[in-house]
Design a protein around this ligand. Structure first.
Ligand code: NDP
Length: 334
C-alpha cells in the first residue's frame, strides 16, 4: 500500500540547518528518507553523496531543478535556502511536480507567498511551512490548557525569542536575502505562538523598533517589541532581538492562574511550569522528524497540513503590519 512507502525527500540548500538538523532528523522519520540534494556547492555535493549514499542522478543545482520532473525517486523538496529565495525554489520544485516543505518565514512578502501557494495548487501538490514548534509536545500542552480553559480564559500572553546573530556579512543581515531581521528570523516564533495559543488572528498591532548598532543593522531590524490585540480581547506583548540573549519564553496569564515555557523555542530542552507548581515537561522528541513525518502522512493520506502555505503567509502578513507600525509610529489594524 502507498501508506507504507517512504517518501523521497530532496533537501534544497545545504547550510547549517540542513547539515546539523534536517539530514540527521530524516534518518529518524517513519515515512521519509533522504533521497536527493539541491546545491550550488560542488564540494558539498560530493560530501553528501558519500555520507548519505545519494546517487549522482539525484543531485541537482538550483537552475536544473526542472529535471526532477523525470525522477520518481523524489516526492518532496525541503527548501532550506535564505528567506528571499524560498519562492523561486518552491516554484521550481512545484513545476517539476514535487510537494514542497519550506523553512520559515515562508517568504518575505505576502505576494511571494501567494505565488508559492498558487504554484503548488496548480501542480496539485502540497505546500507546508516548517513550523517545528507546532509539533513540540510542550506547545501542544499549552494549546490544550488554553482550549480546555484549565485556568479560565487567557488574558495576557507574553512571548519572546532573541538571539545573538553573530558575524556581520552573513545573508541574515542583508535585506535582499533575508527580507527582515530579528522579527522575520526568530520573532516569528513568538508571533506564531500567540496565534496558535489563542486560535485567533490579531486585529491590531503596535510596534517599536530600536537599532543600537546601526552599522551592523543597516538593512534589517535589530530589536523589536510589539503588542497585539485578538478578537476575544486577549492581548499579547512580544519581543525579539538579534543582539540580546536570554529571551526565549512563552507565558499565558489567565483568569485563575498562569503557565509558561522557558525556554520555549529551542530544538530541545524546552520545559515550563504552571501556577499551582506543576511542571510542564515531556520526553524529548526530534521536532524536525515529527514535522516531516506529519507532512508525509498528509501527502500519503491526501489530508491538508496544519502548517499549510496559507498558515505561513498569515504570519508574513502580520509581520509586514508590525514593520509598518514600527515605521509609522501608529497602531496598524488587520
Ligand atoms: P545557511 O546560511 O547556513 O544555509 C543556507 C544555504 O542556502 C547555503 O549554505 C547555500 O547552500 C544555500 N544558498 C543558496 N543561495 C544562497 C545565497 N545567495 N546566499 C547564501 N546561501 C545560499 O542558513 P540556515 O541553514 O541557517 O537557514 C536556511 C533557512 O532555514 C532560512 O530560511 C532560515 O530561516 C531557516 N532556519 C530555520 C530554523 C528552524 O528552527 N526551523 C533554524 C535555522 C534556520 P548550498 O551551498 O548548498 O547552495
Amino acid at each position: 500500500a502507498s501508506g507504507a512507502r517512504k517518501l523521497g525527500v530532496a533537501i534544497c540548500g545545504l547550510g547549517q540547518l540542513s547539515e546539523h538538523q534536517i539530514a540527521p532528523a530524516l534518518a529518524k522519520t517513519k515515512h521519509c528518507r533522504l533521497a536527493g540534494i539541491v546545491t550550488s556547492t560542488p564540494a558539498k555535493a560530493e560530501a553528501w553523496k558519500a555520507k548519505y549514499g545519494i546517487p549522482a542522478g539525484n543531485v541537482y543545482s538550483y537552475d536544473d531543478m526542472h529535471r526532477m520532473a523525470d525522477n520518481p525517486d523524489i516526492d518532496v523538496v525541503y527548501v532550506v535556502t535564505p528567506n528571499a529565495l524560498h519562492a523561486d525554489h518552491t516554484i521550481r520544485a512545484a513545476q517539476a511536480g514535487k510537494h514542497v516543505f519550506c523553512e520559515k518565514p515562508l517568504e518575505i512578502s505576502v505576494e511571494r507567498c501567494q505565488q508559492m501557494i498558487d504554484a503548488c495548487k496548480r501542480a496539485g501538490r502540497l505546500l507546508g511551512t516548517a513550523y517545528r514548534c507546532q509539533y513540540d509536545p510542550h506547545h501542544l500542552e499549552c494549546i490544550r490548557l488554553v482550549r480546555e480553559q484549565v485556568f479560565g480564559a487567557p488574558r495576557i500572553i507574553q512571548a519572546g525569542f532573541a538571539i545573538d546573530v553573530g558575524e556581520p556579512g552573513q545573508w541574515r543581515l542583508k535585506r535582499a536575502l533575508a527580507g527582515g531581521g530579528a522579527l522575520m528570523d526568530v520573532g516569528i516564533y513568538a508571533l506564531q505562538a500567540t496565534r496558535y495559543l489563542t486560535g485567533e488572528e490579531p486585529v491590531l498591532v503596535s510596534a517599536i523598533e530600536t537599532r543600537t548598532d546601526p552599522v551592523k543593522f543597516a538593512e534589517v531590524d535589530e530589536s523589536m517589541v510589539w503588542t497585539a490585540r485578538f478578537p476575544s480581547g486577549v492581548v499579547a506583548h512580544c519581543s525579539t532581538s538579534y543582539r540580546a540573549g536570554g529571551i526565549q519564553n512563552l507565558r499565558v496569564n489567565a483568569q485563575r492562574g498562569w503557565f509558561e515555557l522557558d525556554p520555549a523555542f529551542f530544538y530541545d530542552g524546552n520545559h515550563g511550569r504552571r501556577s499551582e507548581g506543576q511542571e510542564i515537561r515531556f520526553p524529548e522528541i526530534d521536532l524536525f522528524a515529527a514535522e516531516m513525518d506529519d507532512f508525509a502522512r498528509c501527502i500519503l493520506e491526501g489530508k491538508p497540513s496544519k502548517v499549510s502555505g496559507e498558515e505561513g503567509q498569515r504570519d508574513v502578513r502580520i509581520m509586514q503590519a508590525i514593520y509598518e507600525s514600527a515605521r509609522t509610529g501608529r497602531a496598524v489594524s488587520l
